[in-house]
Design a protein. Structure first.
Lengths: 756, 225
């Protein structure tokens, strides 16, 4: 029976071949996307684990100098930056041959040696030394292996120091083991209470899972609709064939087995295509910085259970679906009879859609849950309900649109289309459902991102303040209180430096009261401030003003126009205050910024957690995740639109194939081809437009509710790009429908009368 | 000797009655023509006799065994092993070649492919189908398709062949060829035939005729009941 089933599947003529190919493509797309999603989650876990070692010495990985037989390792984690990219710097000093060794290197570097990640090593080679290399004492002795890196672009350096050097460095601890897992709670201090937070944080697994879940939903739903549409292709012919088989004695079980073999054959082919797609796309996909930076291709891996679940689960699911599909129809040896003639869709179909919108609205009134997991539980069901609600409501909306069309129809083409739509609105909606969902996804994604962008600082990245390099010298509150001033002469030699402002630190016990600031205020010289554009101004006649420390505590959009409060501080008191921060105005060139950063790095007697950073870099890092989401959204929109186009093509072509007899009869009785074309276009355009209006409206409503509760912001209307995508999607779908016109001409020709 | 018999068959489709107490019998080896106007219930009678439809009331007996209360699978087995069918249109499986269509009942019965195909090929020569073994149904003329269907109906050497308007979609010449071959083949094998037709020329191949009118068998001609 199985060979017979395979034979029926493989040699069923052109229609069956098209159906098989479409099914394989649809299942392949679904499998491929599923594998990409699963491997993406795996990659995030691998990526997080790969950088867990940076949390060595934190409160959750307490150092244990007393561990028997292990020589402690002096350990200090700091941060740095180059051209907007964060560099993780770890200074280590082994106290003996048994000292622990960080992952990715063969042994601890000695004083004057350092290991760098391949990306940083490449930068060190290609960049002038005064912009980067001289920040690190010693020379490159090797590269850090991939197992210790989050991704191929990771910039990490492990610098060897002497125990004596690190023993004097604040925030240094002695450890006897390297951390192998992220701390379960966020701990930014070491057991001595000093800062110990590497500048690389774990990706929030629950948040990423939520995003990937939404992505999977947004892409897999159109794929499932595509699979369902492809499954129904030439369904009438298949069911007639099953009837013929029953006539000559095939039992129901045999017919079910044949149907299952057909579905499983397509599913197995689809799974193979899916794995092929996954391994083909893995490398280019891993290069897309969905999470802010690219993955190593190897990180996007699949576990054995993942592979087994796909290889076994998908064909079995296909067989079960085939079995269920056969239960919908009563096949007797005389032919196929629908068990139940479906009645017209009822208005209750709107209930799930309205319930989804109401669920999202509930959290506008009640407020969003505080925890990320709570937000997922709050918003995901609502969005899911809206998506499902659109699919459920689609046939009712189609029927409503069809009845409207029938009342207005003046020409036979419109009348035929309207009657058919009203007769079977489910089938008509099925063809356009993928496109409708794609429009919903596009509307939600674009409007939410537009709103998110409106909240961000990106528009201020062009201001003069964005080019100010700010160095909070002892920004974490510990260390020497009086640092030597940065070498003004060194900075003056750098081309592109426009001015330097030293911010003097005012301690709470200094007996000075600074207006308008809390305890972390400083003092700035008006003479210096006048040379630094973008950092505000002094009131007329003032010599010294109160100034924020750190600079990022003031919204950048208010910085440029700020007038700082004048302070009256005696000159002798000014001389007694230490420098807390240095703000260097540059012309924005990379060369000037990096040279200045290198000089500022050198003014610190030890590596600090917070590197000198321009305000533009600060803005960019704050926007990095949003940029990643933007890329992800673009991929989702393009993918779902493409899949929806395939669904539409398959649906329209399948509908034509099933009705070639009535259509050919219409032509025989004198109907012009143009009239049939009008019927075909109207049959797709009416449900498309009727449901698209609701989908787009619901998309805006869902986005507004989400923005209001989750983003605490009113919805910002999307720009021209959205309308361009929407219009292009609808025009492309009409083009897809028009692409079936040659088929319409062919299948309604006189030769169709031939009895097969 | 009676091989097929009905007693008071009643069958309705929704509110529309098709059979209203039809009683008849068919002798072994006999060719029986069931005639009647369109909508009289003759096809429904054939479908009940063949176990395709289950009557709402009444009994169907085949070879001493009550047929109408058998399970669906058991009736499928009967159709596969002991009955053959030829309908107005070939009811061929379009994905299969002509010889595979003929071999299909054997394959469904568990026969291996090679012997099943070999058995099927024997019928091609007898029915004037030489050279058409590898053709699909779409590549056959109406008469050729009906002869392939006839071969499929006879390949299992059935005890009863049910033919529902076997020449209904054919021209007179093709119809005559099909009926000549059918009659010759069944007489050679002693197969019983229940032949539904409204065409007197087709009915002329039968040993006996019954007429179905308004769901009852109103006229019997020929021999015993």
């Amino acid at each position: 029976m199985i060979p017979l089933g395979l034979r029926l599947t493989m040699q069923g003529g052109r229609e069956a071949a098209v159906r098989l190919v479409l099914l394989v493509v649809a299942v392949g797309l679904g499998t491929g996307l599923l594998l990409v999603t699963v491997s993406g989650i795996n990659a995030i876990n691998t990526l997080n684990n790969a950088s867990a070692w940076l949390w060595t010495g934190s409160n959750r990985e307490p150092p244990d100098p007393a561990a028997a037989g292990i020589a402690p390792l002096w350990w200090h984690v700091g941060g740095d930056m180059f051209r907007g990219q964060t560099i993780v710097r770890v200074d280590v000093a082994p106290t003996g041959p048994s000292s622990p060794v960080p992952p990715g290197i063969p042994h601890d570097p000695g004083p004057g040696q350092y290991y760098a990640s391949p990306a940083l090593a490449s930068l060190l080679r290609s960049t002038p030394a005064d912009e980067l290399a001289i920040r690190y004492p010693g020379h490159l002795t090797g590269t850090i292996g991939d197992t210790a890196l989050q991704g191929p672009n990771s910039l990490v350096i492990i610098v060897g120091r002497s125990p004596a050097q690190l023993a004097r460095t604040p925030a240094t601890v002695r450890v006897t083991a390297i951390a192998t897992a992220w701390p379960s709670g966020f701990e930014a201090r070491n057991p001595n209470g000093l800062p110990n937070a590497p500048p690389v944080l774990p990706l929030q697994a629950s948040g990423i899972d939520f995003i990937l879940s939404v992505v999977a939903l947004a892409i897999l739903t159109p794929v499932l609709i595509f699979i369902a549409t492809a499954t129904r292709l030439s369904a009438a012919r298949r069911e007639q064939r099953f009837a013929a088989l029953q006539l000559v004695g095939a039992t129901r079980r045999q017919v079910s087995l044949l149907a299952a073999v057909e579905s499983m054959a397509a599913a197995i082919g689809g799974v193979a295509v899916g794995f092929g797609l996954f391994y083909l796309l893995r490398v280019p996909l891993s290069a897309i910085p969905f999470t802010g930076q690219p993955f190593f291709p190897a990180q996007m891996s699949l576990s054995v259970p993942d592979v087994l679940a796909a290889v076994l689960g998908i064909p079995v699911a296909a067989a079960v679906v085939a079995r269920l599909a056969l239960r919908r129809v009563q096949i007797s040896p005389l032919g196929v009879a629908r068990r139940v003639t479906p009645g017209p869709p009822k208005a209750w179909r709107l209930v799930p859609l309205l319930a989804g919108v109401a669920e999202l609205g509930f959290f506008v009134v009640r407020g969003r849950p505080a925890a990320v997991s709570g937000q997922i539980q709050a918003f995901f069901p609502g969005i899911l309900l809206v998506v499902i609600g659109l699919i459920i409501a689609g046939p009712w909306l189609t029927m409503t649109g069809a009845r409207f069309l029938a009342r207005r129809a003046r020409r036979p083409g419109a009348l035929i289309a309207a009657r058919r739509l009203a007769d079977d609105p489910r089938a008509a909606f099925r063809a356009v459902s993928g496109l409708v969902l794609a429009l919903f996804v596009t509307t939600v994604a674009v409007s939410v991102l537009t709103t998110d962008n409106a909240k961000l600082l990106r528009p201020y990245n062009d201001s003069a303040a964005a080019n100010v390099l700010s160095d909070p010298l002892v920004g974490m509150g510990e260390g020497p209180s009086n640092l030597p001033a940065p070498s003004a002469t060194d900075l003056a030699r750098v081309r592109g430096i426009r001015g330097v402002t030293s911010v003097l630190e005012v301690h709470a016990d200094a007996g000075l009261s600074i207006h308008g600031f809390g305890a972390s205020a400083g003092l700035a010289s008006c003479a210096q401030l006048a040379k630094v554009r973008g950092l505000g101004r002094c009131p007329a006649g003032a010599a010294v003003v109160g100034f924020p420390i750190p600079l990022s505590q003031v919204p950048i959009k208010t910085l440029a126009n700020a007038t700082w409060p004048a302070e009256s501080v005696p000159a002798h008191r000014l001389n007694s205050l230490g420098i807390s921060a240095v703000d260097v105005a540059t012309n924005g060139s990379q060369q000037a910024t990096e040279q200045a950063r290198t000089i500022l790095d050198g003014t610190n007697p030890y590596p600090v957690p917070q590197a000198p950073q321009t305000l533009g870099e600060w803005i960019a890092s704050a926007d990095a995740l949003s940029n990643a989401y933007q890329q992800l959204t673009d991929v989702v929109i393009l993918t779902s639109l493409a899949i929806a186009g395939c669904t539409l093509a398959a649906g329209v072509a399948g509908g034509l194939a099933d009705r070639k007899r009535p259509f050919s009869m219409l032509r025989l009785t004198g109907a012009r081809l143009a009239m049939l074309r009008r019927v075909v276009v109207l049959e797709s355009a009416v449900p498309l437009i009727a449901v698209a209006i609701v989908a787009i409206g619901t998309g805006f409503a869902a986005s507004a509710l989400y923005a209001s509760s989750e983003m605490q912001h009113s919805l910002v209307p999307p720009g021209a790009g959205y309308y361009l995508i929407t219009t292009a999607g609808i025009v492309a779908s009409l083009a897809v429908i028009a692409a079936t016109f040659p088929m319409l001409r062919r299948i309604t020709g006189p030769e169709v009368a031939r009895n097969d | 000797m009676t091989i097929l018999q009905t007693k008071g068959l009643v069958k309705s489709f929704g509110q529309t009655p098709a059979l209203r107490g039809a009683t008849m019998a068919v002798s072994r080896g006999e060719i029986l023509a069931v005639m009647g106007p369109s909508g009289s219930g003759k096809s429904t009678l054939l479908h009940c006799l063949a176990g395709i439809l289950v009557p709402d009331d009444g009994e169907v007996w085949f070879d001493g065994q009550r047929l109408d209360n058998l399970s669906d699978d058991r009736r499928s087995e009967l159709r596969r092993d002991r009955f053959g069918f030829v309908f107005q249109t070939g009811q061929l499986v379009p994905e299969l070649t002509a010889e595979e269509n003929v071999a299909l009942p054997l394959l469904l019965g568990g026969a291996r492919r090679a012997p099943a195909i070999a058995e099927a090929r024997k019928w091609f020569g007898r029915l004037g189908l030489d050279g058409l073994e590898q053709r699909r149904s779409g590549e056959l003329s109406g008469g050729q398709a009906q002869r392939v269907a006839l071969a499929r109906g006879l390949v299992t050497s059935p005890q009863v062949l049910f033919a529902d308007e076997p020449t209904g979609s054919l021209d007179s010449v093709s119809g005559e060829i099909v009926m000549n071959l059918l009659a010759a083949a069944v007489r050679e094998h002693g197969t019983t035939v229940v032949l539904v037709t409204h065409d007197a020329r087709t009915a002329a191949y039968a040993d006996r005729e019954i007429i179905v009118r308004d769901g009852t068998i109103s006229t019997l001609t020929g021999v015993e009941a």
